[in-house]
Design a protein. Structure first.
Length: 299
């Protein structure tokens, strides 16, 4: 038995809360800065659309469409194209949402896939039993895809706490490509590193000091940084210079920080690696997270 003809307002409301709307908003989210206000509210709107859609169908007594339902306004081909497009956007949008975290990719992928697999298993069991999927089950399947990205997003998007700020000086950077000997089928892997000097322990700002030729030659230089002790004072050398004037002995000097700290070789993501070069200052804001999950902002 077909559903009675629905009022125009109801049809328009269903279009507004449809998968197509979520797809378009998902694309917009994908190209939005995670630290922006627009990202914050897009995240909430996208999450609320399935809830509003469920409420609309509950009020009108109609059935929610989903990826496993047997009918679709444009037929099976339309359903396949829409579901495929949503899946592609989803696979790109989720890493974008999780980009504010330092956790490894396999860890967040496992946490993300767990509720989705549980939801699909439950729905498959219902279909095998010869039962149709009701609105509550359709909502559960949809929210299984949304719950972890949403919680991960609001954890930092609505975290207005005061961060613990750490300042570093970038003394150099390095790009390293491994041969992939442990897994030849996967091909080579590229790793990115920044050499960071913590500024908290710096006793004197960056300045030049005069050194003799022996000191100049014996300085340990590695990726634009090295440690040297002169007159019982330890310096981190970030640059050095030799000046030659005709008829005058050559002079030597080094640009240094006075500190007892060491330069740390730190693995970073490619996007962060591209933003900083030797001589830049890097600020890391460490937040507690609205839900207690720590996250960091780099500036």
């Amino acid at each position: 038995m077909k559903n009675p003809k629905q009022p125009v307002g109801t049809v328009l409301s269903q279009i507004m809360f449809s998968a197509i709307t979520r797809l378009l908003l998902g694309v917009w989210l994908l190209f939005t800065d995670p630290a922006s206000v627009v990202f914050r509210y897009l995240l909430v709107v996208i999450f609320c659309i399935p809830l509003l859609r469920y409420a609309l169908h509950k009020i009108t007594g109609t059935t929610m469409e989903n990826a496993l339902s047997g009918s679709f306004p444009k037929g099976n081909m339309g359903k396949a194209l829409l579901c495929g497009a949503m899946f592609i956007v989803y696979m790109f949008a989720v890493p974008h949402i999780f980009s504010m975290y330092t956790s490894s990719f396999p860890a967040f992928l496992l946490a993300l896939a767990f509720p989705v697999l549980i939801g699909l298993a439950v729905i498959r069991h219902i279909i095998k039993g010869g039962h149709s999927i009701n609105n509550e089950q359709s909502l559960m399947l949809t929210m299984a895809f949304y719950i972890w990205p949403f919680l991960a997003g609001i954890n930092y998007a609505f975290d207005f706490s005061r961060p613990a700020v750490k300042q570093y000086y970038v003394t150099g950077r390095e790009e390293y490509t491994a041969s992939g000997s442990t897994a030849p089928d996967e091909g080579p892997s590229t790793f990115y590193y920044l050499y960071l000097l913590p500024m908290a322990g710096v006793k004197e700002p960056l300045h030049w000091i005069a050194v003799n030729e022996a000191q100049y030659k014996n300085m340990l230089m590695f990726n634009g940084s090295g440690a040297v002790t002169i007159n019982c004072i330890r310096y981190i050398v970030v640059n050095r210079e030799r000046s030659v004037t005709p008829g005058v002995a050559a002079s030597y000097r080094c640009q240094v920080f006075r500190t007892n700290d060491k330069v740390a070789r730190t693995g970073v993501k490619y996007g962060l690696y591209q933003r900083y070069v030797g001589g830049d200052y890097l600020y890391i804001d460490a937040y507690r997270g609205l839900l207690g999950i720590p996250w960091r902002n780099y500036r």
